[in-house]
Design a protein around this ligand. Structure first.
Ligand code: ZN
Length: 246
């Protein structure tokens, strides 16, 4: 079974279109690790696509905030403005979909799906050292995570955490061969707002038969996404950061 793993789309319809096109024929089912909305100008389009095309979804902190389930204490001003704008765009059905998304981790086939970490949906796993503390909470050897918008993730083998590499700026993909007896916390990266200095949309394909994870990056119409953000009256910085991948 080949699974398309997507996360942190953040209402970027242009980036999602490019990922769907690039991934065509490469997967049998799709799963989403949360943050469908927030920051971008196409929240309704993204929700409708995820609802119709994914087999499993966990909620992200932005999904919770838009649904009124998060007090937004950790949200900066830009994120709060985007949440309020998004709430005004969605239909009652789309709001209900966000409100009822499950909290991770979710056991799906032979892997776990989480937004932040397997022990806390809002936790940012930024450093290899953090990984040591969350692996005891894992119920599977492989957990896919999002939230940091940094493609790659971590391994934990014989008490030693290590950071995994993402594709080089000149390459479309990097392949990871999964080994037994190793814990993996794998981040497909962010579809709609990468923050790892590579502005290309990020995603991953997990092949459970081959035991591989392929990290991919794909260029998309960043200018169009930026124009739509500005046209929507969202903060200009949400548009400009897309070109930087930060
Ligand atoms: Zn996010």
């Amino acid at each position: 079974m080949r699974s398309l793993i997507i996360s942190d789309i953040h209402a970027n319809g242009e980036a999602l279109d490019a990922v769907i096109e690039d991934a065509r024929g490469r997967y049998d089912q799709a799963v989403c690790l949360g943050d469908l909305v927030g920051y971008g100008a196409s929240p309704g389009k993204v929700i409708d696509w995820v609802k119709a095309n994914t087999h499993a979804v966990v909620r992200g902190n932005h999904d919770k905030a838009v649904a009124g389930l998060d007090p937004m204490e950790d949200f900066n001003l830009l994120a709060r403005l985007a949440v309020r704008w998004t709430q005004e765009q969605l239909t009652p059905g789309q709001m209900e979909y966000l409100r009822t998304l499950p909290e991770g981790p979710l056991m799906h086939d032979d892997v776990e799906l989480a937004h932040g970490s397997p022990e806390d949906e809002d936790e940012y796993l930024l450093n290899a050292i953090d990984v040591e503390y969350v692996t005891p909470a894992m119920q599977r050897r492989v957990c896919f995570i999002g939230h940091t918008h940094m493609q790659g993730g971590f391994t934990f083998e014989k008490g030693r955490p290590e950071r995994l590499v993402k594709p080089k700026a000149s390459a479309p993909e990097a392949v990871l061969h999964l080994r037994p007896d190793v814990y993996y916390l794998l981040n497909p990266g962010s579809v709609g707002q990468p923050r790892d200095a590579d502005p290309r949309a990020a995603y991953a394909i997990y092949d459970s038969g081959e035991r591989t994870v392929t990290y991919r990056r794909v260029s998309y119409a960043i200018g169009e996404a930026q124009r739509n953000i500005v046209k929507a009256g969202l903060p200009e910085l949400l548009a400009s950061r897309l070109a930087l991948g930060r």
